[in-house]
Design a protein around this ligand. Structure first.
Ligand code: ADP
Length: 512
């Protein structure tokens, strides 16, 4: 790592006599040196690299000392550049010792003592170089770690995205099987198991995807005033199958008044679902879960308490760490990656809230409390997202499904037909546009990534037709990042659904 310049001593001797004498002393001892014309030259050479400087006191007058100090301030943090100053009288230059690493050698100069001072200056500089090399190595190792971490995050994002694609047709197929399996009662439990497992896979992949987004700072919330009761109802509905399957009782208690939070409906739902699912996973059959929401000042406190296996006191602060599982064997057997609570903490943080875990120890149950700010009157007066009602009205809408993946398109079409819609299918952009003209759909489910004319282009062209102004355009994509959502909104889409789409989400669009 050393360069030639690193070893040289810079020489600044205003008189010819001093200069020649010092040059011959240094040459005789084999110490490499470079002669400086003036202080500016010295400062420039310090910047280029040098081991030390040998100069006379005349060179460090008040004005010159300022220049040298400025050059030294430019040095990297590991550097404490040594200056050896030939001075007629000790004492006058003491201030230099305070502001710089300066050693004074009294004139007339005794060669022996000068060389001894110079050598210790050079030794000191060598130690500084060792420190520099060590720091560089550390930096390299840190860069490599960071790069590895970035690649891992990217890999997780790609993995999660790739896993989503096959899950979409699988999930739709299971729904179709369930809807058509009325004749043979033996098949129902099989399909139910398939649904549970597929849903479980979807949940894991979702968590993975979400976590990788958060670690890469790619999560942006779609904040709007949302009614707490709607978020809770939605979350409970999602977690209900797991709670029932675990043989647990759930008691829900909400505040009597309407509570509005400014937040992302989906992400808040994820927070509560994760806590409820954990309560279900870590509580033995016959246990109890309490979901309670109470208002405390301008905060709402959401508590998920269970009578489950509990958490050791010393582990409590760590359960929110990434990949943390208190008891790996148990956690794994419950199917988990150890990221659910990390996700909870990050999402709650993005909402300006906090989360805490409480337990009196092993076997004594656990409680997770989320605190979120309640919207003030002005915020609450804003648009309220319609709650997640799934009306029983029989849907009769004309629908078009566009996807170049035949499996995905066919299963979604079949599923929508079973849900009562009048569905046509297209596998590319031009066919989609032709079908829009002939079938006049009210709702179009449109895949984004298609060869040739992609979903954005199809959407734009549909929107250009005056008779299609009211058509509900729904983007179907494996990507649910803010950027993607913004682009679909700009292209004229009304909604953006991330594959695999849940049947209840589809149903909501079929209600006229
Ligand atoms: P996992 O995927 O392992 O469930 P989480 O991040 O959701 O990951 O939880 C981290 C760990 O915290 C779990 O592995 C479990 O050991 C512990 N834990 C979470 N919730 C509970 C609970 N309600 N009761 C007991 N332990 C819990």
């Amino acid at each position: 790592m050393t360069h030639d310049t690193d070893q040289r001593v810079l020489l600044l001797m205003p008189t010819k006599r001093d200069g020649e004498r010092m040059e011959s002393v240094l040459a005789a001892t084999g110490i490499g040196f470079a002669v400086c014309r003036d202080v500016c030259d010295l400062c420039r050479k310090i910047g280029e690299g040098a081991a030390a400087a040998l100069l006379t006191e005349e060179a460090v007058t008040a004005e010159h000392a300022g220049c040298i100090q400025a050059a030294l301030a430019e040095q990297p943090p590991w550097s404490d550049f040594p200056l050896v100053i030939l001075a007629r009288e000790h004492g006058k230059q003491e201030h230099l010792r305070e502001s710089m690493n300066a050693t004074l050698v009294e004139r007339p100069v005794k060669v022996r003592s000068l060389l001894s001072v110079l050598r210790s200056a050079l030794r000191l500089r060598r130690h500084q170089y060792e420190l520099r090399d060590l720091l560089a190595k550390h930096q390299q190792a840190e860069d490599a770690l960071r790069e590895g971490d970035r690649r891992k995050d990217e890999f997780l994002a790609t993995l999660a995205h790739e896993l989503r694609n096959p899950l979409a047709p699988l999930r739709s197929s299971v729904h179709i099987l369930q809807l058509t399996s009325t004749e043979d009662p033996r098949t129902k439990p099989i399909y139910d198991t398939m649904e549970r497992q597929v849903n479980h896979l979807v949940r894991l992949v979702d968590d993975l995807l979400e976590m990788s987004r958060i670690t890469r700072g790619k999560v942006e919330l779609r904040k709007e005033p949302v009614e707490l009761a709607a978020v809770v109802r939605n979350a409970i509905e999602t977690s209900r199958p797991l709670i029932d399957a675990a043989g647990l009782r759930l008691t829900v208690s909400l505040p009597p008044e309407r509570v509005v939070i400014v937040g992302d409906f989906v992400r808040l739902g994820q927070v509560l679902t994760n806590l409820l699912n954990n309560a279900a996973k870590y509580t033995n059959e016959g246990g109890q879960i309490w979901f309670t929401a109470t208002c405390e000042g301008n905060e709402v406190v959401l508590s998920v308490r269970d009578t489950g296996i509990g958490i050791d006191t010393e582990m409590l602060p760590r359960v929110f760490d990434m990949f943390m599982q208190v008891d790996r064997a148990t956690s794994r057997s419950q199917g988990g990656l150890g990221i659910g609570l990390t996700l909870v903490r990050s999402l709650v943080g993005l909402h300006g809230g906090s989360v805490a875990a409480y337990s009196e120890g092993r076997g004594r149950g656990s409680e997770f409390q989320v605190r979120l700010p309640i919207a003030d009157g002005a915020q609450a007066a804003g648009f309220l997202r319609p709650t997640d009602q799934l009306t029983s009205t029989r849907p009769t809408r004309r629908v078009l499904v566009v996807d170049d993946n035949l499996d995905a398109a066919t299963t979604l079409t079949t599923l929508l037909r079973h849900l009562g819609a009048d569905v046509q299918m297209a596998n590319d952009g031009p066919t989609a546009l032709a079908t829009v003209a002939s079938h006049q759909p009210e709702v179009v489910f449109l895949d984004i990534g298609m060869p040739g004319m992609d979903g954005f282009e199809v959407a734009k062209r549909v929107r250009m037709r005056p008779e299609c102004a009211e058509v509900v355009l729904i983007a179907l994509t494996g990507w649910g990042q803010e950027d993607d959502r913004r682009r679909t909104a700009e292209a004229g889409f009304n909604h953006h659904l991330v594959k695999p789409v849940d049947v209840s989400a589809l149903q909501a669009f079929l209600v006229p």
